[in-house]
Design a protein around this ligand. Structure first.
Ligand code: 3AM
Length: 174
């Protein structure tokens, strides 16, 4: 069995820039900078046959490439701290195509509205007093746009020391 999701990788210089946002919130478990990514669709545990079908379905997607700019910081409740994404219709178009392709294979859609983000930290017993200060301090964060020319099927292995991600296949855009 493989635990899969579809995402967009980030250029090394952007990962470096994001890594400078780590720190300053007691109780936060900061994501390893090598693991930063933007999730398009979480799939979950699949067997080999399903993985082959997923690969074939993703390979059939046609969508244009686009530029993507990360900006601002936000949080999902007291669970997750993230960097946001500037308004990007082309990204949402791609996400919808990926989402429908995976849904058509019978995987259960995520009921939550898609909110593009790059997770910076998972919060455990976060300091509720430090979180607003962190958000205020980094609210104006903005990184130079980067070119998205492919998206990726990624395997996630859960280990005691955190998730290990392994790219399985890239799919060209444009
Ligand atoms: O991109 P982020 O870090 O927000 O939280 C997991 C991670 O999201 C999410 O999929 C991404 C790659 O692991 N994830 C894990 N389990 C999930 C689930 N059951 C999930 N998303 C939706 N449903």
């Amino acid at each position: 069995m493989l635990r899969l999701f579809v995402g967009i990788g980030l250029p090394p210089e952007l990962k470096l820039r994001l890594s400078l946002l780590a720190g300053g919130v007691p109780g936060a478990k900061w994501v390893d900078p090598g693991n930063y990514h933007l999730t398009l669709r979480f799939i979950g545990e699949v067997d080999e046959g399903q993985a082959v079908d997923i690969d074939a379905a993703l390979a059939r997607i046609h969508a244009p490439g686009f530029d993507l700019a990360l900006a601002g910081v936000g949080h999902f409740g007291l669970r997750q701290l993230f960097v946001g994404v500037e308004r990007n219709p082309a990204l949402l178009h791609l996400q919808e195509k990926v989402d429908s392709a995976i849904n058509r294979l019978g995987f259960v859609p995520d009921e939550r509205r898609y909110t593009p983000h790059v997770t910076l930290a998972r919060l455990k017993r976060p300091s509720e007093t430090r979180l607003p200060a962190y958000l205020a301090e980094h609210g104006l964060f903005r990184a130079a746009p980067f070119a998205v020319r492919h998206f990726t099927l990624i395997a996630s292995y859960l280990t005691k020391s955190g998730s290990i991600y392994e790219d399985q296949q890239d799919y060209r855009l444009g």
